[in-house]
Ligand binder design. Structure first.
Ligand SMILES: [Zn+2]
Length: 1010
């Protein structure tokens, strides 16, 4: 215990320890209080007996949780569960957990429950505060103190003022459970933890209660929790059957709900972020279950995220090491904090704290995916003794949900106690990290990020700024134009030579001007860290000792949103006259006079929303750029005739689209832009990756029918119902046979995904089936083929692109997996190849895109041949012979002959047909049936924008987006993933363009001559 005001308490507790300490194995050091129960407080004997009964080995528990203190007034979790926390066969719904937390609130002045928002399906999320009655009474006063520490500008960065606040403030330790729905243990562990913190009178626990506010969200993924409990109930009702895998967790995504802390697209992220920031909490500690028996992966492994404060990484070490030490002394096996989890990506929920000046923590404990007690056998690597795990898990053991609850609670209680013992240090660090965020411009920089007023995509710019606002970042707007100095770039010598010529022609500018109205994200604000991390570029070295990145390696938001973001080092930017902006909305509406309306196409997704909102209006796209009233319009710009001006104006204002009224109809050739009827196909293998696509379409209000691969075969005539079928990525490269066959049906029982008496919450707003096992089937495949042959458009990405090439739905394109290439969730460069294609409408020559190892597309002009994968520029040198490399060879005794020149092509092009191939060339694919490449990957040297690109020559220059004609229809294949985690909004329009122009995809197409 630290702090002069607590000296008496420390002595008192030390005294208690000496007298009553019964020997737990974890002796206290110095004047710290030992973990031991208060012998004067009665124990709930029946509850305690059950704890012991359900704990499968004596070393799977600790003196902190091997008993339950009794209370005459406060109900134990048994009141709701009918058994103890972690009991076999018992898995409460979220509402049962809430019911219990509210019972605690009613029975104890030490508990308060707060509603923190709703999920996508309308279920409540809560946060439960447990602390002393005084602390709970003074929440607002305390919050005001914490707010000053959180924003050091309010105390003028005065350290002595901060010290006063640090001495008075009560810190907040925020614990979150069950974001991952099959990881089921946390809710009951947190129910019991709340009870202990509210009831236990032992010095060890009362110190936590008096000194710290413990804030608990027992269920993060509430929609998924209720589905998981349903499945478990179904399993209990059908004990001999296999049970359906949890295919849907939340409405949109599964495991990726813990990858949303950058984009903040899910309600659960937004609600936790608001709670964390609103409470000015110091810690965010998220509970997971996958690793035996407790991996505090806070310390994990490198590389650490470059934007976190080194003060934080020291805190990770402190808390992590102490956590392991305490539990090791309890004799609990398998507790460790180093491991293979790198802390690079800021997408994890707990990372909200790391990016907002707090402390992020994460536990992986061991769960059985339900409440059955089971024999569990580990892999050798899991039970190996390593340098960081001297007391490893057992190779084989009986494991119960109670064991898991014991580990979770013991870890949390020792963490809370250690945190409370050192709270002055951690509060001071909280202030220092915030202060260092505010002093960032002059320290490491940059001074600001500027999003220029002349942005061609103001709608996407506003979207990006709104993401930052969700992250509690302050946005300002320049009141006048300004000029800043650009940093002088040091060039490497070799590069210098290379670029010397270019430089002579055009010296690099030394200043840059920004117009009034440009957005400024100042780095002298408390949450500058998250803005910097999202807007900066990432570089993961191919030589990094970490060879298996845990998640994406690059995410630069400006690049992925397709908008300009300038990183400004010049401190003068902070002196520019500017004002804070709260409501960010792109300017929209109708301007000018005339009866014809035009909207420039800059690949803004809102254009598609407008098309569907004005479903009954005639909208056309210009196939060529045009100029009218002195204004330039890109290819694909919308032309709307005969629309009501007032209606159009209202929609355009709402969507932030600028409409120009023209006096004359532009002469450019046009074709109709249609509100296509869209089918959205998912498998029953996995729905997560397509979930991000659903989220994007729902946000844009693009309607679609959500159907499974099983449904395809059952639709009589797909063309009669749909114009476009989207088949987004399945997510784990399942291979064509898995998509066709689904899961094994030759044995086992049907796996229903539907609402039944045991599973009332299963279906939600998604899809249902009597049996998840069957896949697309061969009939379904034939239906898809017919759909395309008859004129439909099928759109695929990543693994579903591989599916259409390998099942022969398209001819002339093949996919291959990388050999040595490693592009692990990176931002890469692509280049526009065919700007006349409607798929490319609104795009520039260079487009940044998200790529996760391809697949690699290769084209061929010979049906049945596999496209040759080409690794960069190949030298077709002359054969060995006389002379220099350019000389003709000779043959002694006859005159020399010139070899005919072989046709050549670029890597992304379909190789031209040779004369030999054309002899009886029934396999030669006619020009109209060959691939039309819309975008290709950039050259190797330009491929990396952010993240890790190793061996990029395997995919460099290969096609990235391809339009294949097949029969009367099209298959549009993506190698990039254009719609991903709410982060890739700059590439959404490639998909939306395909939808809107589905019956004019051949516009502007130029065919090869032969
Ligand atoms: Zn997890």
């Amino acid at each position: 215990m630290t702090g002069s005001s607590k000296v008496y308490g420390a002595v008192f507790c030390g005294f208690l320890m000496l007298v009553f300490f019964t020997g737990s194995g974890a002796a206290a050091t110095g004047d710290e209080t030992a973990p031991a129960r208060d012998p004067k407080q009665a124990v709930d004997e029946a509850y305690t007996a059950k704890i012991q009964k359900y704990t499968t080995a004596p070393y799977f528990t600790s003196p902190l949780v091997n008993y339950l203190p009794a209370s005459k007034t406060v109900p134990t979790p048994e009141a709701v569960l009918g058994d103890v926390a972690g009991a076999p066969g018992v898995l409460p719904y979220a509402e049962d957990v809430y019911k219990y937390m509210r019972m605690l609130e009613n029975a104890s002045p030490r508990v308060k429950v707060f509603s923190i928002g709703k999920t996508e399906e309308g279920r409540e999320m809560i946060a439960v505060a447990v602390s002393s009655p005084d602390n709970l009474k003074n929440l607002e006063e305390n919050r005001a103190r914490l707010a000053k520490l959180a924003d050091p500008r309010t105390i003028k960065l005065d350290d002595s003022e901060a010290d006063k606040l640090v001495a008075q403030a009560v810190p907040v330790y925020y614990i979150t459970g069950t974001i991952h729905s099959p990881e089921t243990g946390a809710p009951t562990a947190l129910m019991e933890l709340a009870y202990r913190l509210a009831v236990d009178e032992s010095p060890y626990i009362s110190e936590i209660r008096d000194g710290t506010i413990t804030l608990i969200t027992p269920v993060i993924e509430v929609d998924g929790r209720d589905r998981m409990v349903d499945i478990y109930k179904w399993h209990l009702a059908h004990p001999k059957d296999f049970y359906p895998p949890l295919i849907y967790w939340g409405k949109y995504v599964a495991h990726d709900n813990n990858r949303d802390a950058m984009g903040v697209t899910l309600k659960l992220t937004e609600n936790v972020l608001n709670t964390y920031v609103g409470w000015k909490a110091q810690v965010l500690h998220d509970l997971h279950e996958s690793v035996p028996y407790l991996y505090d992966n806070t310390v994990g492994d490198g590389p650490y995220n470059a934007w976190v404060d080194p003060i934080l990484t020291d805190e990770w070490q402190m808390i992590g090491s102490r956590n392991v030490a305490d539990m090791t002394k309890f004799g609990m096996p398998g507790v460790f904090t180093h491991g293979d989890f790198d802390t690079w990506s800021p997408g994890y929920l707990m990372f909200i704290a790391a990016m907002h000046n707090g402390i992020s923590r994460l536990y992986e404990t061991f769960g059985n995916g339900g409440a059955d007690t089971q024999e569990r056998t580990l892999d050798p690597e899991e039970y190996a003794r390593t340098w960081y795990r001297q007391n490893p898990p057992l190779p084989k053991t009986l494991w119960s949900q109670r064991d898991n609850n014991n580990y979770e609670q013991t870890g949390l209680l020792t963490s809370l106690h250690y945190f409370n013992e050192n709270k002055r240090l951690f509060l001071k660090n909280f202030y220092l990290k915030a202060k260092r965020s505010v002093t960032k411009p002059a320290a490491e920089g940059p001074a600001a990020y500027v999003l220029p007023a002349d942005e061609a995509r103001p709608g996407l710019q506003a979207e990006l700024l709104r993401v930052l606002q969700k992250q509690a970042v302050e946005i300002s707007r320049a009141k006048s134009g300004f000029t800043i100095a650009l940093p002088v770039k040091k060039e490497s010598k070799s590069k210098k030579k290379e670029e010397a010529k270019e430089k002579e022609a055009a010296p690099s500018p030394t200043t840059r001007e920004f117009a009034a109205g440009s957005y400024v994200i100042r780095m002298d604000q408390p949450y500058s860290r998250i803005a910097d991390a999202l807007l900066d570029h990432q570089y993961w070295s191919p030589d990094d000792p970490q060879k298996t990145p845990y998640d994406d390696t690059g995410w630069t938001f400006g690049e992925l949103f397709g908008v300009q973001v300038a990183r400004i080092a010049d401190l003068k930017v902070l002196d520019v006259a500017m004002e804070r902006v709260i409501n960010i909305h792109a300017p929209g509406g109708v301007k000018g006079d005339g009866m014809v309306f035009a909207i420039n196409n800059n690949a803004e997704p809102a254009l598609a929303t407008l098309r569907y909102r004005m479903k009954d209006e005639g909208v056309e796209a210009a196939e060529e750029p045009f100029e009218s009233n002195g204004k330039k319009f890109n290819r694909g710009s919308f032309i709307i005739r005969n629309a009501g001006r007032a209606d159009l104006d209202r929609v355009a204002v709402d969507l932030g689209l600028q409409v120009v009224a023209l006096g004359v109809v532009p002469s450019a050739k046009t074709h109709p832009v249609r509100a296509a009827r869209v089918a959205f196909v998912h498998t029953w293998l996995s729905t997560q990756t397509e979930g991000w696509w659903r989220l994007a379409l729902d946000d844009l209000k693009i309607p679609y029918d959500y159907i499974s691969t099983q449904t395809i075969a059952k639709v009589d005539d797909l063309n009669a119902k749909y114009d476009v079928i989207l088949f987004p990525p399945v997510g784990f490269f399942p291979g064509p046979t898995a998509i066709i066959n689904g899961m094994p049906t030759a044995w086992g029982n049907p796996l229903p995904w539907k609402n039944t008496p045991e599973t009332p919450n299963l279906v939600g707003k998604n899809d249902s089936t009597d049996d998840m096992r069957p896949g697309l089937g061969w009939d379904g495949l034939a239906k898809l083929r017919t759909f395309v042959q008859k004129g439909g458009v099928l759109l695929t990405a990543t693994d579903t692109s591989r599916f259409v090439t390998e099942t022969g739905l398209v001819t002339g394109i093949s996919t291959s997996a990388p050999e040595r290439m490693k592009i692990v969730g990176s931002v890469v460069g692509t280049r526009l190849v065919d700007g006349a294609s409607p798929i490319a409408y609104g795009y520039d020559e260079k487009v940044a895109a998200y790529c996760d190892n391809g697949p690699i597309f290769s084209l061929t002009s010979i049906a049945g041949a596999r496209g040759r994968r080409r690794l960069g520029n190949e030298l077709h040198s002359r054969p060995t012979g006389r002379g220099t490399v350019d000389d003709p060879d000779f043959t002694v005794g006859r005159p020399a002959v010139e070899a005919p020149e072989q046709p050549t092509s670029e890597i992304w092009e379909t190789p031209p047909v040779t004369d030999e191939q054309r002899r009886n060339g029934f396999r030669v694919i006619p020009p109209a049936n060959r691939a039309r490449v819309i975008f290709r990957y950039a050259d190797q040297k330009d491929l990396l924008i952010s993240g890790l690109v190793e061996g990029g020559n395997e995919i460099a220059q290969h096609p990235a987006v391809v339009d294949m004609q097949s029969g009367n229809g099209h298959v549009v294949l993506f190698s990039i993933n254009p719609v991903y985690r709410g982060e890739t909004r700059g590439t959404y329009s490639m998909v939306l363009n395909t939808i809107l122009n589905f019956d004019s995809l051949d516009a502007g197409r130029k065919l090869a001559e032969k």
